[in-house]
Design a protein around this ligand. Structure first.
Ligand code: ISL
Length: 570
């Protein structure tokens, strides 16, 4: 079990995700860049985060905003140069922080030279670097249903595209411009390892690994159950957490990290991962990854039709889910903790009511779990979903594909838009709101996606001087993790599991106990507490609106309270 004094450094660390396109633009072209990020490092230092995770900055046709890479060892001119990157890295290190790169190696861009070679002919030495298959018998290439499997892509439509050059199909779990690499081929793995070593030699401190549990496919590539749109099937069981994924990750750890000294962080993004598998992936003895991003808690508001068929969250489901993960990875392994990233709608709009109180209550709950918290840019300001007026305001390939296919299939465009407004990824991608000025201080030009009009009052500048701001609440939560070992490595016990509106739990380490009680609802709640908490010290609260007497806490809407008992008191 991870415990003092041997706990790795990242147990008391907080990671901040930067989505470069939307963070800060230094050139006026409307797109964020590396110099922009460097110019805003004071903000991160002030917040107190330990690690910056940089979403992709590599050379890319930008079909999926950089998650489609055409050169892993070059910086896209839209973001700057390798020299800009080196300066950013040096500045991050100078400020005592670490920098983790995004590693997108389940797939490349179709414009990556590896794929260009691979598609050039069946005899090309790189042919087998990707998944090529002939049309399904007895169908004819190019005819509907001829795809080698019936799988539906994450971004709508089939996962196979016919390539005219050789008359075969290539596999892409995501967009057709994101062909999947064939990890069965040892040359592919060696090339990825070499590239990773190159970045580590440059000084980076680790990797966030994009959809890394998809790299091992069942080589038979069987059809999945036909649950998808237009008769397409769900191939998940064929490509998620496949037969060789643990082997591949162990090999990667050996080939890339063995013999290096340094404080590295690896986190594997793993859609659909179960806690049983996560325990294996993160068991330190197995040497795979330090932690994983799981998706259970951000799928609880998906309806029968998936993410674009949302339903209200039942708080009891959230507690059951996160509580299960706390228990499952309590003895062996480690959790990552997140509400937001560049793929998720803003938590304050999704599980909160848009208010400062709901932003800070949700933050309190998340950050005081056992695990490593991740803050997504703007979350520390309580940034909200965006009021997209119509489809022209959207930029994300997933949202646009979904819109067009759903409308073609006969759905009401307004209803599709309503779902996209609630769940679409562009909500996370509107520019960071630095000031109340022109384009929120993000750019001197016209931003690639509109800034949220609420930047006139919701912005960083306004929050720095306000001790009650969302920003300062995040700062205090981060400080609690840094200064109190009970937050980093204490035990976790869920309380009031059946309460529909209050999220409560206890953390304990030796003779220190922390009680976290949060009202995640817009009406006042009263809860009974064990009598000893009447004498506890309040270490954090997001509102003056709470009252604890001998046995009960009265919690105003969205009030969150953290109480501490130390040896002498309990
Ligand atoms: O948001 C999703 C689609 O509904 C997720 O399934 C998402 O695609 C999944 O979490 C994988 O995400 C990662 O890989 C994608 C990229 O588009 C995402 O931005 C990235 O985080 C392909 O590289």
């Amino acid at each position: 079990m991870i415990d003092r004094p041997t706990a790795p450094w990242w147990t008391s660390a907080v990671v901040y995700q930067v989505y470069p396109r939307s963070f800060a633009d230094s050139t006026g072209d409307g797109i964020g860049d590396l110099v922009g990020i460097t110019s805003r490092l004071d903000h991160l230092q002030r917040l107190g985060v330990d690690v910056v995770w940089l979403s992709p900055i590599y050379l890319s046709p930008q079909a999926d905003n950089g998650y489609d890479i055409s050169d892993y060892q070059a910086v896209d001119p839209v973001f700057g140069t390798l020299e800009d990157f080196d300066r950013l890295l040096a500045q991050v290190h100078e400020r005592g922080m670490r920098l983790v790169m995004d590693l997108v190696v389940n797939h490349t861009s179709d414009e990556h030279p590896w794929f260009v070679e691979s598609r050039s002919g069946k005899d090309n030495p790189k042919r087998d670097w990707y998944w090529w298959r002939p049309a399904r018998e007895p169908f004819t290439a190019g005819e509907p249903g001829a795809e080698p499997t019936n799988w539906e892509s994450f971004f709508s439509g089939p996962t196979w595209t016919l390539d005219e050059t050789t008359g075969e199909y290539y596999l892409h779990l995501f967009d057709r411009k994101q062909p999947d690499l064939n990890w069965e081929n040892p040359e592919v793995r060696a090339a990825v390892h070499e590239m990773m070593r190159w970045w580590l030699d440059r000084g980076v401190d680790g990797f966030r690994m994009d959809v890394i549990n998809f790299i091992s496919k069942h080589p038979e590539l069987r059809d999945g159950p036909t649950t998808g749109t237009g008769g397409l099937g769900n191939g998940f069981a064929q490509f998620a957490t496949g037969p060789r994924v643990h082997e591949f990750l162990q090999e990667m750890r050996r080939e890339v990290f063995a013999g290096r000294t340094g404080n590295f962080l690896t986190v594997g993004e793993m859609p659909g991962v179960t806690w049983e598998d996560a325990r294996l992936f993160t068991d330190p003895a197995r040497g795979e990854v330090d932690m994983v991003f799981q998706f259970e808690h951000v799928s609880l508001d998906h309806g029968p039709g998936g993410k674009f068929d949302p339903k209200p969250l039942d708080l009891r489901d959230l507690k059951a889910s996160l509580g299960r993960w706390q228990t499952a990875l309590g003895e062996t392994g480690w959790n990552s903790l997140y509400w937001n990233n560049h793929d998720q709608p803003r938590v304050v709009s999704r599980f909160g009511d848009g208010s400062r109180e709901s932003a800070t209550a949700l933050a309190t709950v998340l950050h005081l779990h056992r695990g490593t918290p991740y803050v997504y840019q703007g979350e520390e300001l309580g940034m909200t979903n965006a009021p997209f007026a119509g489809v022209d305001d959207l930029r994300d390939v997933e949202s646009l594909n979904h819109f067009h296919r759903a409308v073609e299939a006969g759905q009401d465009p307004e209803a599709v838009l309503t779902a996209l407004r609630a769940m679409g990824r562009d909500n996370a991608r509107t520019p960071v709101q630095w000031t109340a000025d022109h384009e929120a201080g993000f750019t001197d030009g016209t931003p690639w996606i509109a800034v949220n009009p609420n930047h006139t009052w919701l912005n960083a500048a306004a929050q720095y001087d306000d001790p009650h701001s969302v920003f300062h609440h995040y700062r205090r939560l981060i400080e609690l993790r840094h200064t109190r070992p009970v937050v980093a490595v204490g035990d976790f016990t869920m309380l009031l599991a059946d309460h529909p509106h209050v999220y409560a739990f206890e953390r304990r380490l030796d003779d220190v106990r922390l009680l976290v009680v949060a009202n995640l609802h817009g009406t006042e709640q009263t809860v009974d507490l064990a009598p000893e908490w009447a004498g506890a010290t309040a270490v954090l609260s997001n509102t003056a609106g709470h009252d604890v007497d001998a046995s009960r806490a009265i919690l105003q809407p969205w009030a969150a309270l953290v109480l501490e008992l130390t040896g002498g008191q309990s």
